[in-house]
Design a protein around this ligand. Structure first.
Ligand SMILES: [Zn+2]
Length: 622
């Protein structure tokens, strides 16, 4: 980040009052030096969300969310840092200049802007046609039939793309300039005809604009009104529209999802609209694809709890089972409600009403529970059946990302299968070990993670740093007096190509500027969202661990860390040499690899004997 960026961040922080900003959406009461309120990020009945006017920092003791005004903006609005900066700059009247961009970036941004402009224009044309067009009666009748009121239609900005019989094949296209036409072709709103000329993609369809999280229209879904195929049609992928990372309705539903701390996922566009029309507003729908991990991550910005509301046919069940690993990996709690055969959410609500549907949702089964019941029904609990079930469970087990999840998984399924936990664990582990087996020709490797020093939960890998990098960063940030020594010993090297690199740079700049730098000041000078997450996490970590370690010990770990980094680089070169069939080079690299492994092993043996090893020599290929 340039110095002008951090100036702007600092200026905005000076102008803003975190208590006032958060106070607009959270009822805050004074309590000692800080303010307390009900956390907006998790459901609670007694306040554990604390805002400190002195530190201009918020922290929830319930769910652990914390940060400054920028974090609050990002989390409450679900936007990234540049967007939070733009929003807060606008709010406090501070000009936020466009970031310096390369020519390519500028061109890409311009193209994106042109595409967003044309999708917005199209949405407005379709919407006004729905209300003022001369041939929109059938569309109105259709919406009435589906119970969609004017309010709901306006909230989702529904429109109508007229039929060729009423307005020709080029209703939209004929209303666009040459430049807009190019953008409309790129977004797929227009299709180039084989014999020249363009025609509208959406014809005689109710159209639903698809929004990004910051509220821009990036594509459309369309439901046919008259006879015709396909019933549903979506925009094709484009520079601004990626169907596997967006969810229909999330932009409109996000506040409600957060408020009730649950998202309901349905399969179709109209299912989502029908539920919203009936008063169930925390609903989203994927865009004609199976649920993806990216989509879950979007939902996760607002809640960890998801209920799948799927059709009770085989396809719905299959889709639910396929989603299990995704939920496990994202550490989200999923439940599943299946509709009675032959019903979709729309027809169900029409026949039985909202209270019945809420009932169905309340009785939703925990997803893993549902899976085992289904497996037992399919294979039964005889010996062969159990083995088949275990085989089907393996991918789900593999997807569990923490050891706690794995133990819960084992405990849960062992009971269901009537097996001792240890035995199931054993069966699951056998495959994991087999899949992780190394190539036979490779020399034996010491484990990639460092020995017994600190145990960090594996989930912290998510932030793009491994355990050792976390440990180093923690020590460096909380022991600034040793920072120069660590840098001299090669601290930066172990962070190459990781988000830690920028944090080290920012910390160094901070220490250069003032000898009184506090770790908290790091947040002022870091803009990137991923890096900010790391810093926030660091600031909240218990400090005793980082402060208790001896600098010598830390330098030793750093030495070993550098060897591990070096070893990874050699491994990459081994792969290259293998691909190039260069056996001389390969032999040389493998020798270096052995030497490094020996050094690592040797260092560890010395530590085990209570000796602090000296400096490690560098290796040729690093
Ligand atoms: Zn909370």
């Amino acid at each position: 980040m340039s110095s002008s960026d951090s100036d702007i961040v600092a200026t905005i922080k000076e102008s803003a009052d975190i208590v006032e900003l958060i106070g607009e959406s959270v009822d805050l009461r004074k309590s000692g030096a800080s303010y307390l309120g009900l956390c907006p990020f998790h459901g609670e009945k007694t306040p554990s969300f604390s805002v400190s006017p002195d530190k201009q920092f918020f922290h929830c003791f319930g769910c652990g969310e914390s940060g400054d005004i920028f974090d609050f903006m990002m989390k409450s609005q679900g936007v990234d840092f540049p967007e939070a900066l733009r929003l807060l700059g606008a709010r406090y009247g501070i000009a936020v200049p466009e970031r310096r961009q390369s020519r390519q970036e500028r061109e890409k941004r311009k193209r994106r802007e042109a595409l967003f402009a044309v999708t917005k224009q199209a949405a407005e044309l379709f919407e006004s046609y729905l209300y003022q067009g001369r041939a929109s009666a059938a569309a109105h009748a259709y919406l009435r039939k589906r119970g969609v009121s004017g309010d709901v239609a306006r909230r989702f900005k529904l429109g109508y793309a007229p039929s060729p019989a009423a307005e020709g094949w080029n209703y939209l296209g004929s209303r666009l300039s040459e430049q807009e036409t190019a953008a409309a072709l790129e977004t797929g709103l227009l299709v180039a005809g084989k014999k020249g000329g363009n025609y509208d993609r959406f014809r005689d369809r109710i159209v639903f604009p698809i929004y990004t999280l910051s509220g821009e229209i990036c594509g459309f879904g369309g439901r046919i009104v008259g006879q015709g195929q396909p019933k549903y049609l979506n925009s094709p992928e484009s520079l601004i529209y990626n169907k596997s990372s967006l969810l229909l309705g999330l932009y409109q539903a996000k506040q409600q999802i957060r408020a009730v701390d649950r998202a309901i996922v349905v399969e179709g566009n109209f299912d989502m609209i029908s539920l919203a029309a009936a008063g169930c507003e925390n609903v989203v729908a994927p865009l004609g694809t199976a649920l993806t991990r990216e989509q879950l991550r979007y939902i996760k910005r607002f809640t960890d709890n998801v209920t799948l509301l799927f059709d009770g046919d085989a396809a719905g069940e299959k889709a639910a089972v396929r989603a299990v690993p995704l939920f496990l990996v994202e550490q989200m709690a999923a439940r599943i409600a299946l509709l009675p055969d032959g019903h979709d959410p729309d027809s169900y609500i029409r026949k039985y009403g909202l209270p019945e549907l809420m009932n169905l949702l309340e009785q939703a089964k925990n997803l893993p529970e549902f899976v085992i019941d289904r497996l037992v029904a399919a294979h039964s609990l005889g010996f062969d059946g159990k083995m088949k079930i275990i085989n089907e469970l393996k991918p789900l087990f593999k997807a569990a990302s923490t050891s706690m999840q794995r133990s819960l998984f084992i405990a849960h399924f062992a009971e269901k299968l009537g097996l001792p936990k240890e035995e199931l664990q054993e069966l699951m582990n056998t495959t994991l070990a087999k899949e992780g087996a190394r190539h036979v020709d490779e020399p034996p490797m010491p484990p990639d993670e460092l020995g017994p020093v600190v145990t960090k939960p594996k989930s912290q890998q998510e932030y793009g740093l491994n355990r050792m990098q976390w440990q180093m960063l923690e020590f460096a940030v909380f022991n600034p007096e040793h920072f120069p020594d660590l840098c001299a010993a090669g601290l930066r090297e172990i962070f190459v190509d990781s988000p830690g690199e920028a944090i080290i740079d920012a910390f160094e700049a901070l220490l250069d500027n003032t000898s009184l730098a506090e770790p908290e000041d790091l947040l002022t000078s870091i803009v990137d969202e991923a890096e900010r997450k790391i810093v926030t996490k660091l600031l909240l970590a218990p400090r005793q661990q980082a402060q208790k370690q001896e600098p010598d010990e830390v330098i030793r770990i750093l030495g070993e860390a550098r060897l591990l980094v070096c070893r990874n680089r050699i491994k990459e070169q081994v792969a290259l040499a293998e691909a190039a069939d260069d056996s001389d080079r390969l032999r040389q690299l493998l020798a270096e690899l052995m030497a490094i492994n020996k050094q690592i092993q040797h260092g560890r043996e010395q530590v085990a004997r209570g000796i602090v090893p000296g400096a490690y020599p560098g290796m040729k290929s690093c």
